[in-house]
Write a protein of this length. Sequence first.
Length: 100
Amino acid sequence: SSFYKWTRGLFFAFDALLIVVELQHDSTTMANKGGTRELAFHRWASTICLVYMWCEMIFAFVLEFPKIDILFGRTGQRFMNEAAIVQHTLAVIGTVAFPG
């Protein structure tokens, strides 16, 4: 549906914006104070985005159930989403494991 496409698009755009803001904050803090200090908001917002992405991927698999194409999916570009989700998962694990 149109609502789902807009919601999904806004969620991915918010996640990309969050990454840009976090990188900008870290680089400014590094330049001014010589170290980084992570904001808790970035960690939790990133985790929420990641949970949404995993749920969206699982629901896509459920919708395709009898014939699941893990690499290409409906759009032919699922491997890009999977690579982004794996990278995001590793980044969130690192952030949660080593806060600050």
